[in-house]
Design a protein around this ligand. Structure first.
Ligand code: TYD
Ligand code: MG
Length: 450
């Protein structure tokens, strides 16, 4: 073994042999930090090895999946936890990551057997108090407060648990690496070790990672590349709803959503989420529309609100929350040029209700109509949903899964939908009045009138 000094970028993980003011990898200034690593003579083997084999001769069993005891968590994992997988749960501090994993750990301990919960953030007494509060007490749930990964490795090998939870990757360190916990080298080394333990012993491992304000995992992207599955836990800390989103999954689809409510006694699963993101109103109001969005396999009705008002001097302010800023800018430009709404001298604020994030283009039409409705100070038709992508020429483009969207809308008492011109699924369904429109102009006329 010998020591090696390198400079590693704390934001992207790029390594250089000498110090530089700016990272050549990601362009970040002042992000290179000196790190000393012990170079092992023989690199540890991961999942590789054995030479080439004809693909037809590899035997596979259906991958083994465990239930985590939380249906919403199983859903985002792609139908349960795959044995030997390494799952990263990211999110802002205080959002509920520890609570979620403690509840899952206890449920797994109840159904499958020994689960090891390692925390570098809290003492075992603190965790026990949380477990009491959330009803997560189970004799097969083992707690350990530890930050030394060499000890963690030893304990995992000795106790042979069915699953391991490590809270959080930024607080643990490997004694062979000289740099501080949370640095790129530490995170890489510790994650690599967990990876080998997970793959080698078939033990699924959950790792918690904190997110910085910019919305990336604190420190290195390296982490996201190494793990099998990345889940983000998000939501407004001041509201009770929490959304668990799949960002990467080697064992299932991404875009899946799991929805929880933070209660006094921990996280409760929300199985019928559409009602959450709608404001119940007697009278329709200007600037509000509803989109039947389809996140992963599940439809979700979300209210979009817009406020458009004349601006004073200078460039008018535009603000969004829960919807993409640039998308809103584009839609407003289309409204201006193709529908003739004079929006350029107006401030605009657009948000998705309830802390949900919408990033599918199917929400375009609802965003456009919320803006147009606020601008004209006229509500859209009552009991109406809108789904469609808006093109630059103002055309309305087809969206996927219209049948699922309409079924959900009908279930929640909506009477009509405005969407792309030909939608065979929509016509065949007949459960809701469907109005196909060619252009944004037509959509505005149909929903608000001239
Ligand atoms: P926590 O799981 O500690 O968040 P993270 O691990 O992501 O930092 O959850 C923190 C918040 O959740 C805390 O502000 C209190 C709240 N909470 C409840 O409302 N009810 C509960 O039963 C628990 C355990 C926490
Ligand atoms: Mg925590």
């Amino acid at each position: 073994m010998r020591n090696k000094t390198t400079y590693a970028c704390q934001s992207c993980g790029h390594q250089t042999a000498r110090w530089m003011g700016r990272c050549p990898g990601c362009g970040e200034w002042n992000s290179l930090v000196e790190e000393t690593t012990v170079v092992q003579q023989k690199p540890a083997r991961g999942i590789a090895g054995g030479g080439p084999v004809p693909v037809t001769e590899i035997t596979t069993a259906e991958e083994e999946r465990y239930s985590t005891g939380l249906a919403e968590l199983n859903r985002v994992l792609g139908g349960g936890l795959v044995s030997g997988s390494l799952v990263l749960v990211g999110g802002d501090p205080g959002i509920g990551k520890s609570t979620l994993l403690l509840q899952a750990a206890s449920a797994m301990a109840g159904s499958a057997g020994k689960v090891l919960y390692v925390s570098g953030e809290e003492s075992v007494r603190q965790i026990k108090m949380r477990a009491e509060r959330t009803g997560a007490l189970h004799p097969e749930l083992l707690l350990m407060a530890e930050t030394d990964m060499a000890v963690v490795e030893k304990v995992i090998k000795e106790t042979a648990p069915l699953a391991v939870i490590l809270d959080s990757i930024q607080t643990v360190y490997h004694p062979d690496v000289a740099s501080a916990p949370g640095s790129v080298s530490q995170v890489r080394e510790c994650t690599g070790l967990l990876m080998r333990l997970a793959k080698g012993k078939g033990i699924p491992v959950f790792v918690v990672g904190h997110v910085t304000k910019e919305g990336t995992l604190a420190g290195p992207r390296v982490l996201e590349h190494m793990v099998d599955t990345v889940l983000y836990f998000e939501g407004d800390r001041h509201q009770t709803y929490r959304i668990l989103r799949t960002v990467k999954n080697r064992f299932g689809s991404t875009n899946e959503l799991g929805i929880f409510e933070m209660r006094g006694a921990g996280l409760a699963e929300v199985t019928n989420p559409s009602e959450l993101f709608l404001n119940q109103r007697e009278q329709p109001v200007a600037g509000s529309t509803v989109v039947p969005s389809l996140e992963g396999t599940r439809p979700l009705l979300v209210e979009i609100q817009a406020l458009v008002c004349p601006s004073g001097f200078g460039a008018p302010r535009r603000m969004t929350s829960g919807v993409d800023y640039n998308r809103v800018a584009l839609i407003m430009a289309v409204l201006e040029r193709r529908v003739g709404l004079r929006l350029s001298a107006h401030e605009a604020y657009v948000s998705a209700v309830g802390g949900v994030k919408l990033d599918e283009p199917a929400a375009d039409l609802a965003i456009a109509l919320a803006v147009a409705s606020s601008f004209k100070e006229t509500p859209v038709q009552d009991r109406l949903v809108l789904a469609g992508e808006v093109g630059l020429t103002g055309e309305i483009r087809t969206v996927a899964g219209m049948d699922k969207r309409l079924q959900e809308a009908a279930k929640l008492g909506f009477k009509r939908c405005i969407g792309p011109p030909v939608d065979k699924q929509a016509a065949a369904l007949g459960i809701i009045e469907y109005i196909g429109v060619q252009s944004l102009q037509e959509a505005v006329e149909a929903a608000i009138g001239r």
